[in-house]
Design a protein around this ligand. Structure first.
Ligand SMILES: NC(=O)c1ccc[n+]([C@@H]2O[C@H](COP(=O)([O-])OP(=O)(O)OC[C@H]3O[C@@H](n4cnc5c(N)ncnc54)[C@H](O)[C@@H]3O)[C@@H](O)[C@H]2O)c1
Length: 434
């Protein structure tokens, strides 16, 4: 099949790479000309495991074409997959300007029946507006469908090839048939439904994941107060198959480009339909509270909580991990940024290390120090603060860590270190809920 993918971001690029590898001819369209120039040379604008190989293979086999021109791509495509960003506006609602602009540009170039399939996460209630926009500019027949994306950064290729489900949101039999055929080589349960239900499946999935994280964090507070160990509690809770262990983890809260914005958007969508989704308000409030709670933990351990103002002045802190989770360089809505801003406001001197996310971070935090390696970051510091649980941090030589630090203090925002071992080695250790 010949298809167009609009938006060469995390979702669009991975989608283009996988569908071209499965034998389709894919036009990947982005209005960022610089990005397209880079991609044409086989260079990836962000870090995602395995993606570069797929892209190079697609270009080499001439099945993957990058362009900024809709007119080069759309007329030849039976399906247009829209993967542009839907970032939050100040009031939490999703900003749909990129989506409408993409639909308009695509519609101008339809030459025969075209199925516009929205993979971006978009709120329900805009189906009529999308239809009207396309009608205004199209001279050929078209239909809309929704097929939300569930990939996770860091395992995006694997997730796209082996998803738990493929949601096909359209009541048109013709559109269903086309999307079933396009996805035929990909495993996973097929959920066929209307557009609104498809969009809500995406929001509800992220909402429940975020709820599990916030539930774990709330429980961790109770554990700290009551003298219980959250890790043991969650091991016990998660071993029940009805509950499961995934996303039951305490830490500094969820971040990234999806969960925070999708929770806010889900609250806003509910309001538009006259429903107060107060459960999700609590999920968001707990998540936001985790940042300050963690900063206060750092102050407490460093005995800097009593005085007001810049009470971390003179403290040199090593931050390990910047990306919102391991195996990505994405720092969108990453807890690290908020924590570092709090700590520098309190006067601390910050040195950071992350295996992938330092270049992105330098653009928004140019005034902190960036170490060349982990031990360089730790050298002479008052504490190690673990923010992102990259596997290489788990393999650190803790004796060398202790030698490198000025004071043997670990503040573990992800409960990554083995508590017994670090204590045995003489570290002062503070985790979450234990
Ligand atoms: N990143 C994820 O892990 C993930 C997972 C599932 C779903 N989603 C959803 O998928 C959507 C895309 O997310 P992303 O992280 O890939 O976004 P992104 O910001 O990484 O990429 C969006 C791309 O779209 C391009 N773009 C914007 N307007 C355009 C236009 N009119 N024409 C052509 N290109 C245009 C931008 O230049 C950018 O390259 C969002 O709705 C997001 O919520 C993201």
């Amino acid at each position: 099949m010949t298809i167009s993918v609009i938006g060469a971001g995390y979702v669009g690029l991975v989608t283009s790479a996988v569908f071209s590898d499965l034998g389709n001819k894919v036009y990947c369209v982005d209005n960022d000309i610089k990005k397209i120039r880079l991609l044409k040379k086989g260079k990836i604008p962000f870090f995602e495991p395995m993606l570069a190989d797929y892209i190079k293979r697609g270009i080499f086999k001439k099945r993957l074409i990058f362009t900024s021109l809709y007119k080069q791509a759309i007329p030849k495509s039976q399906v247009v997959l829209i993967c542009v960003g839907t970032p939050p506006k100040n009031n939490g609602e999703a900003n749909l300007s990129y989506l409408f602009s993409a639909v308009k540009e695509a519609a101008k170039n339809f030459t025969g029946y075209t199925l516009i399939t929205i993979k971006s996460t978009i709120p329900i209630g805009f189906e009529d507006d999308l239809e009207k926009t396309a009608k205004k500019f199209a001279t050929a027949q078209f239909e809309f469908a929704s097929s939300p994306e569930f990939l996770r950064e860091g395992t995006a290729i694997e997730d796209t090839l082996h998803p738990a489900r493929i949601v096909i949101g359209t009541t048109s039999k013709k559109a269903q048939k086309i999307l079933l055929e396009l996805h035929a080589p990909i495993s996973g349960q097929r959920i066929i439904c209307d557009m609104r239900s498809a969009q809500l499946i995406k929001y509800a999935s992220n909402a429940i994941l975020a709820t599990k994280v916030s539930f774990s964090n709330a429980l961790a507070v109770l554990c700290e107060k009551a003298g219980a160990d959250i890790e043991k509690v969650l091991e016990g809770v998660g071993s029940d198959k009805r509950i499961g262990r995934s996303f039951l983890y305490p830490g500094i809260g969820y971040g990234g480009s999806c969960l925070p914005k999708d929770i806010l958007a889900c609250i806003a969508i509910s309001e538009n339909f006259d429903y107060d989704f107060n459960l999700l308000r609590a999920v968001d409030a707990i998540n936001q509270g985790q940042i300050l709670r963690f900063v206060n933990k750092i102050r407490f351990v460093l005995e800097a909580e009593e005085t007001s103002g810049k009470n971390l002045a003179g403290k040199k802190l090593a931050i390990l991990g910047l990306s919102f989770k391991p195996h990505t360089d994405d720092i969108r809505d990453a807890p690290s940024i908020k924590i570092i801003n709090h700590l520098t406001d309190l006067g601390a001197e910050i040195t950071v290390y992350d295996p992938q996310a330092m270049e992105n971070t330098k653009r928004i935090l140019p005034n902190i120090k960036y170490a060349k390696d982990v031990y360089g970051a730790l050298d002479g510091k008052d504490a190690l603060i673990l923010i992102t649980e990259w596997p290489q941090f788990q393999e650190l030589d803790l004796t060398r860590v202790k030698r490198s630090l000025k004071s043997p203090i670990i503040i573990d925002g992800r409960n990554m270190f083995d508590i017994d071992r670090v204590k045995q080695l003489g570290f002062k250790y503070v985790g979450i809920g234990r």
